[in-house]
Design a protein around this ligand. Sequence first.
Ligand code: G3H
Ligand code: 13P
Ligand code: ZN
Length: 323
Amino acid sequence: MNTREMFKRAIAGGYAIPAFNFNTMEQMQAIVMAAVETKSPVIMQVSKGARNYANATILRYMAEGAVAYAKELGCEHPEIVLHLDHGDSFELCKDCIDMGFSSVMIDGSSLPYEENIALAKKVVDYAHQFDVTVEAELGVLAGVEDEVSSAESHYTKPEEVIDFSTRTGCDSLAISIGTSHGAHKFTPEQCTLVNGVLVPPPLAFDILHEIEKKLPGFPIVLHGSSSVPMDEVNTINQFGGHLEAAIGIPEEQLREASKSAVCKINIDSDSRLAMTAAIRKHLAEHPGDFDPRQYLKPARENMKKMYIHKIVNVLGSNGKLAQ
Ligand code: G3H
Ligand code: 13P
Ligand code: ZN
């Protein structure tokens, strides 16, 4: 299914739909198991990098398998969106639409404003012929190398959102309010030490609320929303990894955002951390194991636990299937 009804209900209900990236069968299985157990709608998203890694056709059929698997697990009416994450060209979006994706993102956020509009509109015009929904992006997500002050200059400008959404016809809008991709979203210098914990600067909720006022009821998307759980980072480091200064978005802030017009929250890095932590731990404790099933099983379990936690305790999408 596409995102249209899903987002309408999420905004009205004050929760957000999880958008989890997948590249492997274990991630796909964990996402489906978590969504079924919690009775949550879910967006399964595929990046260009995922298509290069796993093969576009295989991922497409894995998503079809995900729907069948959800039914096999006892969910009669699963709500699963297959979404292209960060499409960077019309051709890539078209390829995914032609392959049966129900939703695509065209990310022209690094382009000049008018070029971003022209590209997004071209994708929307094509996608809507097939009832495929389109996410576009306005504002640039900060990189960890940015100072907070320069990061602010990339925030979405509320005064542009009406013009952008009207002229592109996009179905949802990804905005920049202080989140960023990866496991190193902030430098320790950007954070404040509170009770021994590094607390990053808060998201720009004032900008989010201004955008909501300009576009009442319009679906807003947050990228870069992993929280980089310290226990997973510690496990990775305890068993031979070396992740320094890994800092994410505090979950309370994502919980707060979920109650607003933010109706899609993207999480990828937390899945990578959960998988890597479990694999490192297993192999360190069982040095003789070499069957991938031996270490991928706990990895899948750990990801499933993380997905369930996000759905139930952060986004609030549990029990929100229409039927
Ligand atoms: O926002 C990007 C996603 O985390 C996907 O990452 O391009 O490495 O697959 P990727
Ligand atoms: P994280 O790196 O914070 O998980 O963000 C993922 C994302 O935005 C995918 O589009
Ligand atoms: Zn993203």
